[in-house]
Ligand binder design. Structure first.
Ligand code: IPE
Ligand code: IPE
Ligand code: MG
Ligand code: MG
Ligand code: MG
Length: 303
């Protein structure tokens, strides 16, 4: 592996940011309305939502999975960007008053605070649609790759994935969940998009079914670990270090790994999941080192 994880992640983030802006078609579409109304418009809200500040972990996972399969893989940027769009939309809606009611995200006021609720809902909806458009528009992908990616991403984002998990999260607030229920909820609300990230990277690089299966076992474990660590950071992190308000889960009485297992138990579970994720990559050689580094980062990160 040339260079460190930090430099590599910064490169992927820059690549993702370049693919996300400028959004000319949106600007053209709203320019007439904006000219008539002197206030902020949806293109400004769109840019605000996608401005840097997020860790861009999902795009990094897409690229790292692609490189694990084929070190010369070049077709991962459209799915990487699509994943970041779906993830950003999920955060915008997660922060809405009807959901987690958060004021701070990525170190800035949440979208509904900086603009208004209707704008936040619509920007989220638009980002989701744009994600699929990006994949369909990608000249570097074959028709088969596109259809497969769209199916994987739609399933991961929908009722059997992120949306379903978010619904369970809201319904479970204030209730005591058992470990199996909690695991299922986390696997859906956060794990599903992490699994999709790794799967789309593999598909972009032309992975075999056996490689996709191994990558999926890796992603299943690291996706769950991601949310376990998010639960830990909500307790251990500060509002400043997280860029989002700390202590919100306890305040809202959310079902979390820390609530069920305590901090030490949650930390031990994250480590166990990391080990299991790494074992799943045993069949890959050095080309999977970036994926291994990202997995360790996901569990040891401080924000
Ligand atoms: C936070 O995700 C929400 C969860 C799914 C746990 P990230 O920690 O990846 O948030 P950003 O993209 O870096 O802001
Ligand atoms: C959010 O989980 C998962 C999503 C699908 C967005 P959280 O509600 O714990 O995420 P944060 O802590 O607000 O980022
Ligand atoms: Mg939430
Ligand atoms: Mg939240
Ligand atoms: Mg959280």
């Amino acid at each position: 592996m040339k260079g460190g994880l930090k430099e590599w992640m910064a490169d992927i983030a820059a690549n993702c940011d370049a693919a996300l802006s400028p959004d000319l078609s949106l600007r053209e579409a709203v320019s007439l309305a904006a000219a008539k109304a002197a206030g902020p418009d949806i293109s400004q809200a769109h840019d605000y939502a996608l401005a840097t500040g997020g860790k861009r972990i999902r795009p990094c996972l897409v690229h790292a999975a692609a490189v694990a399969v084929d070190p010369a893989a070049r077709a991962a940027t459209p799915p990487a960007t699509a994943l970041e769009l779906i993830h950003t939309y999920s955060l915008i809606h997660d922060d809405l008053p009807a959901m987690d009611d958060d004021d701070l995200r990525r170190g800035k006021p949440t979208l509904h605070k900086a603009f208004d609720e209707a704008t936040a809902i619509l920007v989220g909806d638009g980002l989701q649609a744009r994600a699929f458009e990006l994949i369909t528009d990608a000249p570097e992908l074959s028709a088969e790759q596109k259809v497969r990616m769209i199916k994987v991403l739609a399933e991961a984002a929908g009722f059997d994935g992120m949306v379903g998990g978010q619904y369970v999260d809201i319904q479970s607030t204030g209730k005591a969940l058992g470990l199996d229920e909690l695991k299922a909820m986390h696997a859906m609300k956060t794990g599903a998009l992490i699994r999709a990230s790794v799967a789309l990277g593999g598909i972009a690089a032309g992975a075999t079914e056996a490689q996709l299966a191994a990558l999926d076992t890796f992603a299943d474990h690291i996706g769950l670990a991601f949310q376990v660590v998010d639960d830990i950071l909500d307790v251990e992190g500060t509002t400043q270090s997280l860029g989002k308000t700390g202590g919100k889960d306890a305040e809202a009485d959310k079902a979390t790994y820390v609530k069920l297992l305590g901090l030490d138990g949650a930390r031990a579970e994250a480590e166990r999941l990391l080990d299991a994720a790494l074992v799943a990559l045993d069949g890959f050689g050095g080309s999977a080192d970036m994926l291994r580094e990202l997995a360790r980062y996901i569990v040891s990160r401080e924000s």
